[in-house]
Design a protein around this ligand. Sequence first.
Ligand code: 2OP
Length: 306
Amino acid sequence: MVKKISIIGSGSVGSNLAFHIISHLPLVKDLVLIDTAGDLARGVALDLEDTRGFLGFNTKITGSKNYSHIKDSDIVVITAGAARKQGMTRLDLFKINCKIVKQVSANIKKLAPTAIVVVVTNPMDLINYMVHKFTQFDRRRILGMGSVLDSSRLVNIIHQKTKVCPDSIEGYTFGLHSKDMIVSSDKIKIKGEPITKFCSLADLAKIQQKVKMRGAEIVGFLKKGSAHFAPSLACFNLVQAVCHDRGEIFPVSAVLKGEFGFKGFSAGVPCVIGREGIREIVEFELDEAQKQSFLEIKKMFQDTLR
Ligand code: 2OP
């Protein structure tokens, strides 16, 4: 049973995630927010606490810059790091965020050695892989959030185009959480039927392109910071899947060790999620284009980490 959840980074994603947790997971006894920036986490924790009169939760909420509070957490979510500014790619963030995450990982390894770790920090797939390297945790305990977010964006954009109820749309993206993500029509179904029954091939191409550029589109409009409502909810869905242990399937960035014929990098692939983290990676035969994308991901990891 999940009793304690810690969130590293109390910016918009971390604080919204905390709000979802106190709103929907009443059995969590301890919620810890850590942020090294001044007293930010303390302020966010007090504000969250003040919703108790409306929401009626019992969860104890702690906000601090001191990592000692994450001790024995069952789940740790890493949102800490710089966010993208207009014109930046997620890859531009790698150096600065890798440094931050190295320190975060050392603290998790020391204080919460059995935790499931959910990674949000960008460039998410690379950072997810680095968290695995830094903590040396079993890869099944390290879950990258990106394709979960991109998949909700996909459903939204299909809905906008087709007007079909989102509940009847099933689809996911996989591969990288970047503009090079894989949005394959064979992974999109509307009540079991191919999407091309509901829109033209030209419209499908527009949908695919829009999903790939959605994060950058939002950054462009916000001017400061990046998206947080959908990212925090994507993250909450993973946290909840671990807590409920029902075997839900999400496209989680996972460190591959031979699945799909690849190893040595982390990429979004469908995974069965349970209390232990990744219960199973759901493999399927990659078509030629998908195989090519995976080869490019492998090369990107090799080039960046060399
Ligand atoms: C996004 O795609 C922040 O990477 C996140 O909006």
